[in-house]
Design a protein around this ligand. Structure first.
Ligand code: FES
Length: 79
C-alpha cells in the first residue's frame, strides 16, 4: 500500500499472486495481505512473508511473480 510500491505495480503482483493461489488450489493455505511501506522503496515492489524479516523485491510482471511463487512460496509450502 506504500506509494512507491503502488506506483511500481503492487496491484499487478497482488492480482497475479491471487491467480496463482487459485490455480493451485491454495486458498486455504495462503493469504495475500496489503501492508504499509517496508522502508525499502528504492527496491519496490516489496514483498514480505508474515513472521519473517526478509523483504523481497518483486517486479510487477507475470514472469517475475510466477518465479517468486515457484521459488519462495513453494519452498515455504513444502518446507
Ligand atoms: S512503498 Fe513499498 S517499500 Fe516503501
Amino acid at each position: 500500500m506504500g506509494s512507491a510500491c503502488h506506483v511500481k505495480g503492487s496491484y499487478n503482483i497482488i492480482s497475479k499472486l491471487q491467480e496463482l493461489i487459485s490455480e493451485n488450489g491454495l486458498e486455504d493455505r495462503l493469504e495475500v495481505k496489503a501492508a504499509f511501506c517496508f522502508g525499502r522503496c528504492a527496491h519496490a515492489v516489496s514483498v514480505q512473508f508474515e513472521g519473517e524479516d526478509e523483504v523481497f523485491s518483486v517486479a510487477p510482471t507475470s514472469a517475475s511473480v510466477t518465479q517468486f511463487f515457484d521459488s519462495e512460496i513453494r519452498k515455504r509450502l513444502n518446507g
